[in-house]
Design a protein. Sequence first.
Length: 284
Amino acid sequence: MSRTKRLWQAASLVIGGMAVGVGLSAMALGESSSAPIGKWSERKLDHYIGQRIEQRLQEAGLTDDQLDARIDQGILAFIAKQQARQEVKPIQPDDHVLGDRSAPITLIEYSDYACPYCKRFHATAHRIVEHYQGKVNWVYRHFPLSSHNPGAERAAAGAECAAELGGNAAFWAFSDRIFQRERSTEGAFSAGELASLAAELGLVRGQFKRCLDSERTRAAVRADVDGGEQAGITGTPANFVYDNSSGATIAMVGARPYEQFTRVIDQLLARSSAGGPPRNRSKQ
């Protein structure tokens, strides 16, 4: 990865996304807020910022190792500021978990089966769990947006039924199929189509349909939504990297790139292995 790209990703991680406009230029590049870049397209803005970052790197004369060290220091500062702000619950006994429940790091995701950005992030989360080989697990919690209902809520209830009838493995297999085949919020799966997906997993169609009609599955979905709202979530995917030993909670909202998550996770794992001071857990 190029020096410029590493620094740009770190900046977008700490500042919180790509929609930064004049604010990012003023903070990161020292430009006047009266500059005309606020009217530029995102592509043009990215190109300009990349050029300015490269120029600043050349002026500073930093080696790759020195640049990485500064980026890591910035991420640690970001972690320190973020960890006390969130009230998301850590892993719970009834959570849907992919990976080792005793892993030191938990990726907690509030997601919506009808959300295109959630679909994009689903593959990223799988990649994260696979990469860390037992050091990171993934908790999936439902947060169907009202603008995507009733389809998103119906799909969430279907995933709960898959878990009820087939266990944790069926939940994840069902979720994977939903994201692979979901077309749009307008073309959300019908109850019959969800039952067909369940049948593909070896679940009994009639049992699944009865479960889908039950109040208990809708109550399970609402419980996740309530917890998400208490944590201040308003959109999806809403992701949190949770250090199970210290309670540090890092909010990473949106379908962010794989590399942004690995930088934060690597820092948390390094701090944990170094025996860093314990932190207070987030309020629950």
